[in-house]
Write a protein that binds this ligand. Structure first.
Ligand SMILES: [Zn+2]
Length: 141
């Protein structure tokens, strides 16, 4: 754990190369909304990496939230170690857009496997806050 914290204090888990405090931290901490769909996607990856479950639920479209989300997410963050993010493409999702799509790959490790999660995610903006709606997910191990 202390090793992870050291890494986080240097650069953001999302792989932007920027310090955490100048990248995803203000979004994950709720200090300001992510300005673009890609920024939200990155901050959600970071939230997965850090176990910021409330942020993951808050940034999911209300109609897509489930009663068991907190439990499911708690299990996921406990057993999955996210080891890298690559953004493959983005469509819309800019500051003046209401909808956006982000295609990405996220590398992960669990106790018994390592793989890549590929996803094309859909986002929409509501009251200036981007929300994750749904996505096409493929797990490659
Ligand atoms: Zn970041």
């Amino acid at each position: 754990m202390s090793h992870d914290q050291e890494v986080i204090s240097k650069t953001c888990p999302c792989g932007s190369g920027k310090p955490f405090a100048y990248c995803c931290e203000p979004f994950v901490q709720g200090q300001k909304p992510a300005p673009t769909a890609e920024a939200l996607m990155r901050s959600r990856y970071t939230a997965f990496a850090l176990g910021a479950i409330d942020y993951l639920i808050d940034t999911t479209a209300p109609e897509k939230r489930g009663e068991d989300d907190a439990e499911i997410l708690a299990d996921q963050v406990k057993y999955t170690n996210w080891t890298g993010l690559s953004i493959l493409s983005t469509e819309q999702g800019g500051r003046s857009d209401e909808l956006g799509c982000v295609e990405f790959e996220a590398a992960f490790e669990t106790e018994d496997q390592a793989g890549t999660l590929y996803e094309k995610s859909n986002f929409r903006k509501e009251n200036n806050y981007w929300l994750y709606v749904d996505g096409e997910v493929e797990i490659r191990t």
